[in-house]
Design a binder for this molecule. Structure first.
Ligand code: PLP
Length: 353
């Protein structure tokens, strides 16, 4: 397969780097390729960012056979552009593809295509402190039929969006809400797959949380409604008696790459680290007796997102007086130092573009 580059003739003005927000601007080019059952993946190309036309019967519109990834490119002080563990994203995407009966792709080829796309649109990687270029690889089912079936045609694309720091106004620990009723995923389902349906299913509880003044939902397991799973669309961590605890991957939890990085970093710092079930009851008790000192979410968008308060059935609990704690802070600094090339990359996580 040969990657074809057709430069866009309609280059756009770059957005103002201080007001990027998230996912509002898109770069000049995109990567595209198609899959047909008889031919495999065909026509890989970098071309102008543009809308595509799809028949109203296109399968993805009806039965949600779609997967995606989220990763970032960072500009270093020396003006190099680099990626953080990109191969892990493509390996995870191929796992997602298998789960939803979608075709796998050559992750090495696609990583190389992404690097070419980034070179083509390199001026879209913002340089302002904390900003980055968000990367969204997506695969959708494109066969035209209303029959409930596995599609025999697909489209794979990558689009790029320059984004602000998650913490434009500084590191403000978030307030989260435990939904007494709604769940995100169940064992045996697709909770560990990065697919749009999981997001659609979490919107209603998310809206309820927003209406009550909370920024995210703390999700409990779908069977007993007892064990902690995730927070919003992030993995979650607790610091209890100086030990790091995160729910173990039981099938309904998304295996975050930031989660894995937090586990590796904290282990390398000599901390005791546990992947195990942790109940809401244990979390409440540990907050009350003072042994729980920090709680934070992890994900590509924010890296580390400290939780300052959580609410269960109208009862609110403050964590670390609502302030940023030392472990969250050190993790945020170390992760972003590695991502922006300000420190040695001792885990080999950085992929230069
Ligand atoms: C993407 C995602 C995460 C975080 O994964 P990272 O690889 O760390 O960005 C966590 N939970 C859900 C539900 C997700 O979709």
């Amino acid at each position: 397969m040969e990657l074809v580059l057709t430069p866009s003739k309609n280059l756009k003005p770059l957005p103002e780097p201080t007001t990027l927000g998230f996912g509002r601007y898109f770069s000049d080019h995109m990567f595209n390729m198609e899959f047909k059952e008889e031919l495999g993946w065909i026509n890989p190309r970098i071309e102008e960012y543009q809308p595509f036309t799809l028949d109203p019967s296109t399968l993805v519109f009806h039965y949600s056979q779609t997967i995606f990834e989220g990763m970032k490119a960072y500009r270093t002080k020396e003006n190099r552009i680099q990626l953080f563990r990109p191969m892990d994203n493509f390996i995870r995407m191929n796992k997602s593809a298998r789960s939803l009966c979608m075709p796998e792709f050559d992750s090495g080829f696609v990583l190389n295509a992404l690097k070419e796309l980034l070179k083509t649109d390199q001026k879209w990687v913002p340089g302002l402190e904390g900003t980055s270029l968000y990367i969204r690889p997506t695969m959708i089912a494109t066969e035209n039929t209303l029959g409930v079936k596995v599609s025999n045609e697909y489209k794979f694309f990558i689009i790029l969006s320059p984004v602000s720091s998650y913490y434009v106004e500084g590191f403000n620990p978030i307030k989260i809400w435990v939904s007494p009723q709604y769940v995100r995923a169940v064992p045996g389902g697709v909770g560990e797959v990065k697919t749009g349906g999981n997001y659609a299913a979490s919107l209603y509880a998310g809206e309820l949380a927003h209406k009550k003044g909370f920024s995210q939902v703390l999700w409990l397991d779908g069977i007993e409604h007892r064990y902690i799973e995730e927070v919003g669309s992030m993995n979650i961590f607790f610091v209890i008696n100086d030990e790091i605890i995160t729910p173990k991957l039981v099938g309904s939890i998304l295996p975050g790459i930031t989660r894995d990085s937090v586990l590796k970093l904290t282990k390398s710092w000599g901390m005791k680290v546990f992947e195990r079930q942790i109940s809401l009851e244990e979390v409440v008790k540990s907050v009350q007796d003072g042994s729980l000192t920090e709680m934070f979410g992890s994900g590509t968008a924010a890296a580390i997102s400290p939780v300052g308060e959580f609410c269960v059935e109208n009862e609110s609990y403050k964590v670390n007086k609502g302030l940023l704690g030392p472990v969250s802070n050190r993790l945020f600094q170390t992760l972003t130092d590695i991502q922006y090339g300000r420190t040695t990359d001792s885990f080999n996580w950085i992929e230069p573009v």
